[in-house]
Design a protein around this ligand. Structure first.
Ligand code: HGY
Ligand code: MN
Ligand code: MN
Length: 419
């Protein structure tokens, strides 16, 4: 468990006297309203991919809530939605798009908590707080695309050329933002960024802890790989004569799992999550397979070593099985450490709200904070995920833990939470 940091302060520097009554009922109610946009019908799950009808409807609703809170709602060209406060302000938020099968809290928690802290601060005449819901954090088009473009990590032209697994280009998909687009939002108006998020792992839940103060966020690499063999008859093509692309993937994956053991640690991960077999028919030897190859680690050098093993193994298997290999662009983000002062403020808030029930920890999930760290100091805090489940309809967190996260965020932002 973390020890109380020296001279805890608030991010805004606001004196602690600005007692603010966070409205936790309003906060929880808004979380449940947000999950109705793209409700999957399975538990509290949502299907709200970037630029979908549900995603844009959710953003329009969030924009209305921001306006009610006295913030200026503003969409940028990517569909990132900001609720901008007057003058220099602290930026709080996350993302409201979801995975193809998403949980109700992934991203949504950080956006609604930011909205509640901003509302409470306006009501109490507290520090200026702006809110953001980034677009396509979940990578329908790549890796945290919306905040990547906003912070200059990816050009709009390059982003527009990205295509999703159905071949739809981002440039086409983002046309739905339409005339919502306002004046660009300059990162320079914000003093710092703090993101509240569910842990999406089992560390806090297993330890019975309520709050995680993030130390650093892992790096990631992600690309689409295509293996091409020979489509053929499943009955008349002898096994020894086949150039079976799916068997190529099977061989690659098995050999990769063996080979990576030499360079990884227990916290390294690698995933083949999306596989398209063509022509995907029972009586046809697969002539082609397209698959996503994603790997993550907290160490940039180890990410590079993992990449070398992936390349070698792929080339070796393709040569042995006489398969063609085509690799899409390598997308990725480097590991990033959280800002020390912001972390100290979050640790002070955690000790005030959940004494003895918080810990420092790394993030194995990726977040918009990684990109925002390019343009301002950032920090993150976690609340537990029940059973460590996320990126699944079953994702959930106890309401008391959600409210505790809200209170820590408010406390760190300079508001003495009375929720
Ligand atoms: O994949 C991630 O880590 C994030 O939840 N998009
Ligand atoms: Mn997320
Ligand atoms: Mn996610």
């Amino acid at each position: 468990m973390g020890a109380l940091p020296p001279n805890p302060r608030s991010i805004s520097g606001q004196k602690k006297g600005s007692a603010v009554a966070l409205n936790s009922e309003r906060f929880v109610a808004d979380l449940h309203i947000l999950r109705t946009f793209g409700a999957s019908g399975v538990g509290k799950g949502v299907v709200r991919p970037a630029y979908s009808e549900a995603d844009m409807a959710a953003r329009d609703w969030l924009a209305s809530r921001m306006a009610e809170a006295g913030l200026e709602p503003r969409f940028d060209v990517m569909g990132n939605l900001f609720g901008v406060a007057e003058g220099p302000s602290l930026l709080l938020g996350s993302h409201s798009d979801s995975q193809p099968q998403g949980g109700w809290l992934d991203g949504a928690l950080g956006v609604v908590a930011a909205l509640e802290v901003a509302r409470a601060s306006v009501e109490a005449g507290g520090p200026a707080i702006s809110v953001v819901s980034f677009q396509d954090e979940e990578g329908r088009y790549g890796v945290t695309t919306g905040s990547n473009v906003w912070t200059g990590g990816l050009s709009l032209a390059d982003a527009d050329a990205l295509v999703d697994h159905d071949g739809v280009a981002l440039g086409e998909a983002r046309r739905v933002v339409g005339d919502r687009v306002g004046a660009p939002v300059d990162p320079a108006q914000f003093t710092a960024f703090v993101e509240l998020h569910i842990e999406q792992g089992a560390t806090l839940d297993t330890a019975g802890a309520q709050i995680g103060v993030v130390t650093d966020i892992v790096g990631i690499r992600d690309r689409v790989i295509t293996l091409t063999g020979q489509q053929n008859h499943a009955g008349t093509t002898a096994m020894a004569l086949r150039r079976d692309a799916f068997q190529g993937l099977v061989a690659f994956s098995g050999r990769l799992n063996e080979r990576l053991r030499n360079v990884v640690t227990p916290s390294s991960v690698w995933t083949i999550g999306h596989v398209a077999v063509a022509p995907n028919a029972s009586s046809i030897v697969p002539g082609q397979v397209r698959f996503s190859m994603q790997w993550r680690d907290g160490d940039a050098d180890r990410l590079a070593r993992m990449e070398a093993v992936i390349e070698e193994t792929l080339a070796e298997v393709a040569a042995e099985m006489n398969l063609g290999v085509e690799q899409g662009p390598l997308l990725g983000l480097e590991p990033v450490a959280m800002d020390g002062h912001l972390r100290a403020c979050l640790e002070a808030g955690a000790e005030a709200v959940a004494p003895g029930k918080w810990r420092r920890m790394p993030s194995g999930a990726l977040h918009d904070a990684t990109n925002v760290a390019r343009v301002m100091p950032v920090a993150m805090l976690f609340v537990p995920s029940i059973g460590g489940i996320s990126h699944a309809f079953e994702e959930d967190t106890d309401e008391a833990d959600l409210v505790a996260g809200l209170r820590v965020l408010a406390h760190a932002a300079g508001l003495q939470a009375l929720a």
